[in-house]
Design a protein around this ligand. Structure first.
Ligand code: AQP
Length: 332
């Protein structure tokens, strides 16, 4: 059976982009794949995290997986730092990945900003840890939003170089799984930026914890142009904010952008936004409510994370034995 690995950073403000681009897709994959879903807390600390908030946010990611419909009996849900293979394999991959490859990573450039000298070494090496996350399980497929495509390319390069350097066929060449009409949900304040947890404006995103009134207010204030919705997709060109809201509607309704435009072409945003709000409240609201309910019992979430970590650790053991043997480390 093919194996899925994916993760979300517990950095707070989990949002609709994380849901539509990643977490919602985790659920359907359980039918045909062995699935491993992680709260990647070691990735989170590549930028400063308050320790108490990190613990709570890690539980929140697990609760979001459960609320969306991930079944902890079949799939594995765990926290990255609880399985040592991630850090161990990341070090080996740091010695495989080339500086030139990492220098090309756009996420590092965006997150480090102008003050690159002051960014952590961990932020720079982030894609190498991500490759380790996936390959410690020899996962074959990775469901992600479009923003992670470049990092997955690097995972493929690392796997290939490791296999070539050591003359083995140890790591699979992973495939990204990018689904639906909302592979890149954009900020509600600026259609050229992706919706993100770290955007300083809370009005840029709809979060799992937003109630009906907050969702309504954020969508009402969402930036748009003055024209009505077009009747076909070509009409969305150079209208990023309009394209974003139509994409969100299509993803929530599990239809296509064209179907949405066939229904709402010619409508003003003052008509479309309240209808989009109702759909968001109907489809996304209950997931957030369930996440909050689960968060009220952290002991239950911790028990699921503990059991998941034990199962995940077991899966990594034979892989790490094989890797260490190939690299030339003496068995303990
Ligand atoms: N805007 C988005 N649209 C679609 N998918 C998205 N993802 C993130 N933002 C969008 C997908 O969510 C998964 C988890 O992301 P992450 O937490 O590991 O890191 P990220 O991509 O850096 O997410 P954020 O929310 O934008 O965080 P910050 O602000 O910290 O950078 C991934 O599969 C991602 O593709």
């Amino acid at each position: 059976m093919s194996r899925i690995f994916s993760g979300v950073q517990p950095t707070g403000n989990l949002h609709l982009g994380n849901y539509l681009g990643a977490i919602r897709n985790f659920v359907g994959l359980q039918e045909n794949y062995e699935c491993i879903y992680c709260a990647v807390d070691m990735h989170a600390i590549t930028v400063w995290q308050d320790p108490a908030a990190l613990r709570s946010n890690t539980r929140e990611v697990a609760a979001a997986y459960l609320a969306a419909g991930v079944d902890p009996k079949t799939s594995i849900i765990f926290a990255q730092s609880n399985v040592p293979a991630h850090a161990e394999l990341a070090w080996i991959f740091n010695c495989i990945a080339r500086l030139g490859w990492l220098n090309r990573m756009t996420q590092f450039k965006e997150k480090a900003g102008k003050n690159r000298e002051n960014a952590s070494l961990g932020l720079y090496a982030y894609p190498s840890l991500m490759a380790a996350d996936i390959l410690a399980y020899k996962a074959t497929h990775v469901p992600v939003g479009e923003d992670q495509k470049q990092h997955l390319e690097l995972t493929r390069d690392i796997a290939q170089k490791f296999n070539n350097d050591y003359g083995v066929d140890l790591f699979p060449i992973v495939e990204p799984l990018i689904f639906g009409e909302a592979t890149r949900v954009m900020s509600l304040r600026d259609g050229s930026k992706k919706m993100s947890k770290s955007d300083p404006s809370d009005y840029s995103r709809i979060t799992f914890t937003d109630d009906r009134d907050t969702i309504a207010k954020k969508l009402r204030k969402a930036r748009t142009d003055a024209d009505p919705l077009p009747g076909s997709e070509e009409g969305l060109e150079n209208r990023p904010e309009a394209a974003n809201l139509v994409g969100i509607y299509a993803a929530l309704a599990e239809s296509s952008k064209q179907d949405v435009l066939t229904e709402f072409g010619g409508s003003q945003f003052s008509t479309f936004k309240p209808i989009l709000t109702e759909l968001a409240v109907e489809k996304f609201g209950p997931v957030g409510e369930e996440m909050k309910r689960l968060m009220a019992d952290p002991g239950h979430v911790d028990a699921i994370l503990k059991e998941g970590a034990a199962r995940a650790h077991k899966l990594t053991e034979p892989v790490m034995r094989e890797v260490k043997e190939v690299v030339g480390f003496i068995a303990p």
